[in-house]
Design a protein around this ligand. Sequence first.
Ligand code: UD1
Length: 427
Amino acid sequence: MEKLVIRGGKRLEGTIPVSGAKNAALPLMCAPLLTEEPVTLENLPRLADINTLADLLNHMGVAITIAAGQGGRIRGRSLTFSAAEINDTVAPYDFVRKMRASIIVLGPLVARAGEAIVSLPGGCAIGNRPIDLHLKALAALGAEIDLEEGYVRASAPRGLTGGLIRFPFASVGATENALMAATLAKGTTTIENAAREPEIVDLAKCLNAMGAKITGAGHETITIEGVDRLHGCTHTVMPDRIEAGSYAVAALMTGGDVFLEGAVAHDMGAILDKLREAGAIVEEKADGVRVKAGAGGIKGFNIVTQPFPGFPTDMQAQFMALATVADGASIITEAIFENRFMHVPELCRLGADITVTGASATVRGVQKLKSAPVMATDLRASMGLALAGLVASGETTVNRLYHLDRGYERLEEKLRGVGADVDRVPG
Ligand code: UD1
């Protein structure tokens, strides 16, 4: 198992190119299941999660090829997905166990093939994470849902029918599943209390380019007028706002000055507001976002995680790392997932002063973190630890690097490019 070795104390300065968004790319890769025509996705990040989903799609009969004519204009990979025929409607446990987001094949599969059998994802390192909302959404479109031997079977042999899906609270994955399923349903579907994340807007854009009739993506109510068939298209995956936000935190923590090339400020409102509150100078430009440390040092701040446009749970661990070296105390409340504080004991091993009470953590800033071997069982928690390592004295080792590889493309290369002293070493 590889690990990341960080010798802290370097000021980060320069440009970091932002990759395509993992959380947009995963649902987008499921959209081609809805049509027999090829769909090309540009700017896909090179990440373990993308490969896992590609393997699952392959297993179902989707042919995946490197897109022709990629002339270096667009960073990242361009792949063409061709689901001319779907020859397996089962998503086996081995795939879903590796990556919970595999559940997003459910909606498009049942819409196109009339049936989907997907392994239940089970619990995960950041809380219980049920899939009841995904299932309720498909049931509202007329799918029959059965649970058997750890699998969920959704079937609609005569096709889905448009209907009203009213979510009790916003779920990103359930909204994506509902959106894709409804594109081929007969009649009109209304999704109320839909998630409003920019990744949903990106998915709707691609589906509309495939011939879907979706309005309202990015708002609480989305309307989908079902169509008989969808066709192929080419779509460019949006930039990763969480990757960009993570490096923005690195810039502020190290007293640095970093240009996040390709970052879209509009999608990062709550993140950039919090960075400014913590003492960063943020410049929003047409081609990216510049983040530099202000003269006044890092100030304490309070955070409550919320669905978009609120502060994202996927940035909670990174801002907690920032809070460990801020002046004064910060209170960070995790309101989306239970049990998403696994980085707390590890940050404490680096000398942080954190007390957790229920869903809130009180972080009292310390003068200096000191290196230690650390590890986390989750992607963003691992990034929080890596950020802490960038300012800790001595050599910090972040074990289980594969968690970071799930969501950060060429992490050590990008960090080294702005002056960090970081190495990937065998475990
Ligand atoms: C997505 C993101 C993940 C992010 C999360 C919240 C992807 C691949 N993953 O995950 O990185 O942290 O959004 O922004 O895009 N819930 C239910 N029942 C359901 C579904 C969800 O109770 O059927 C609950 C969850 O347990 C959680 C909340 O709803 O408490 C929000 O989760 P959701 O938005 O669905 O997260 P994901 O789509 O799994």
